[in-house]
Design a protein around this ligand. Structure first.
Ligand code: K1U
Ligand code: ZN
Length: 173
């Protein structure tokens, strides 16, 4: 397993609409393993392929919060929303590609998602709470959308400028 570097906003790869996975190859299996390891290491509750520079429709997530609970690592390939609730929920979101910045985002409270698992089977499940928020945040990544795109232009610009500064500092270090 390899920890992969996480891209920091702004980066054109984070604004790209990604391509479907055509075939579940050993390379896709390795990507999923690496992404789960990278997500747990960060730490985070989700990670989408474009965040590690791979422009394909795959994300991982595990929103189990309790320290002593069994982890639930999930790999979702070619995910799509098949139903969303009219009720909405607002969560303070973060993003591993926008470190140390958080903002409230309102989204459907529940979503039903269909995806292909690593073993090739088609799965469908209704998510709610943090799972629903995270699944929608990750699906947005596959469509080149970041949580700051839900904010007003001034807040978005402030965060983008801070990230540009952070990247300049990191490049000098
Ligand atoms: O996609 C990402 O950048 C991962 C992101 C997912 C996410 C967080 C919050 C709401 C929606 C989606 C993160 O995991 S940010 C880190 C984080 O939320 C966290 C880190 C450690 C413990 C618990 C949460
Ligand atoms: Zn994110």
């Amino acid at each position: 397993m390899t920890l992969r570097p996480i891209l920091i906003h702004p980066d054109p790869r984070l604004k790209t609409v990604t391509k479907p996975v055509e075939r579940i190859t050993p390379e896709i299996g390795r990507l999923a393993d690496d992404m789960l390891a990278t997500m747990y290491d960060a730490p985070g509750i989700g990670l989408a392929a474009p965040q590690v520079g791979v422009l394909t429709r795959l994300f991982v997530m595990d929103c189990v919060k309790e320290e002593d609970a069994k982890p639930r690592p999930m790999v979702l390939i070619n995910p799509e929303i098949t139903w969303k609730s009219e009720d909405t929920a607002t969560y303070e979101e973060g993003c591993l590609s926008i470190p140390e910045h958080y903002a409230e985002v309102t989204r459907p409270e529940k979503v039903r998602m269909r995806w292909t698992a690593l073993d090739g089977t088609v799965q469908e499940e209704e998510f709610e709470g943090l799972w629903a928020t995270c699944a929608q945040h990750e699906l947005d990544h596959l469509n080149g959308r970041l949580f700051i795109d839900y904010l007003g232009p001034i807040k978005r610009q402030i965060i983008t400028r801070r990230m540009q500064k952070l990247k300049r500092e990191k490049a000098r270090a």
